[in-house]
Design a protein around this ligand. Structure first.
Ligand SMILES: C[S@@+](CC[C@H](N)C(=O)[O-])C[C@H]1O[C@@H](n2cnc3c(N)ncnc32)[C@H](O)[C@@H]1O
Length: 319
């Protein structure tokens, strides 16, 4: 077999949630890579997820890059201002990008079969409820509806009123099945719309990372109060040493594993055990909690994107 030789080059691409970034890529020349990926000769494909509890082992170069980030940290004043202006930054983000930015999340029912509840759906008297926290413009909820899953009454909330407005303007938005509302999940605001013990499912998809780490406890505590006993939280977010974390230049680091993007939005990178401890500390049982390592290859675009996520499920105890 012809030996696979990686060729390094650079290309503009978009990361998992779409932030434009210069990505160092590895050209994949081997034909059977295409075959294992389902024969998509020119399309993007994943090399397969690696599910692990092991933290990524850093190369010397990566360690140096992380150390470089400490040379110029975001000042305390600027960090405080970013926190005060968090809503403004996300609102401006959605003003600029509207619904064009994030990809529809069609993978959610594959990874979280709980979203396909069998009882309590159509035809049943019991209405099950889910809350999508930090719903953005609805890239999780609308694919569910599009695919015919009306198993839950869907509540969807976001810090950005503009994002919520875009959800409400979607042609699939229908208050018989769902309700979108603005809400800062770090506060008690959510209890103005939802009662304690009212949710069967809560989803947090790339949301906790956008929140200041000092407020993680308050967020998870609120969610615990919202869940019914036996209710499940479905979580996916950036994992420690994800490619996007390693690529931050000096001047962007706010604190340990916490960074500011160019547009003023922020991003945290989670260790798997840290997320486990956080949810366990609030009273949840850990059902699943792992890193997912993924490489997305697009031979035509000459892109190889290695990503690390943390994916988890937490249950509020029944008893
Ligand atoms: C990276 S985006 C992810 C959006 C969506 N979950 C998705 O996967 O497409 C993070 C979202 O969290 C929202 N957000 C940030 N802080 C929040 C808070 N304190 N309360 C509720 N939503 C928040 C932002 O407005 C933004 O829509």
């Amino acid at each position: 077999m012809k030996k696979w030789r990686p060729t390094r080059f650079f290309s503009n691409t978009f990361n998992e949630v779409g932030w434009e970034t210069k990505i160092e890529t590895v050209k994949c020349l081997r034909r059977n890579h295409r075959a294992t990926a389902g024969g998509q000769r020119h399309g993007a494909f994943n090399l397969g997820d690696v599910v692990t509890s092991g933290v990524k082992v850093l190369s010397d170069e990566e360690r140096t890059r992380l150390e470089e980030q400490n040379k110029r940290m975001v000042s305390e004043f600027q960090a405080r201002k970013l926190e005060t202006d968090a809503r403004k930054h996300w609102d401006l983000f959605y003003k600029r990008n509207e619904t064009r930015f994030f990809k529809d999340r069609h993978w959610t029912t594959r990874e979280f079969e709980e979203l396909l509840a069998v009882d309590g759906g159509e035809g049943s008297d019991v209405v099950k409820t889910m809350l999508e926290v930090g719903c953005g413009v609805g890239n999780l909820v609308f694919p569910l509806i599009e695919d015919g899953h009306r198993d839950y009454f869907i509540y969807a909330c976001d810090l950005s009123p503009r994002a919520v407005e875009l959800v409400r303007q979607h042609n699939l938005y229908d208050e018989r099945y769902m309700r979108a509302f603005p809400c800062d999940i770090t506060t008690e605001e959510v209890f103005g719309t939802l009662g304690e013990g009212s949710l069967d499912i809560a989803t947090l998809i790339f949301v906790l990372s956008a929140i200041h780490p000092e407020k993680f406890g308050a967020v998870v505590g609120n969610i615990f109060r919202l869940m019914k006993p036996g209710g499940m939280v479905l979580f996916r977010d950036y994992g420690l040493y994800d490619m996007a974390q390693l690529r931050f230049k000096p001047g962007h680091k706010i604190g340990e594993n916490f960074y500011m993007r160019q547009d003023g939005t922020r991003s945290y990178y989670f260790a798997e055990d840290e997320i486990g401890d956080l949810f366990r500390g609030a009273g949840f049982e850990v059902v699943v909690n792992s890193y997912i390592h993924r490489r997305t290859i697009n031979p035509k675009e000459k892109i190889d994107v290695p990503r690390i996520f943390v994916q988890s499920k937490f249950r509020k105890p029944s008893g």
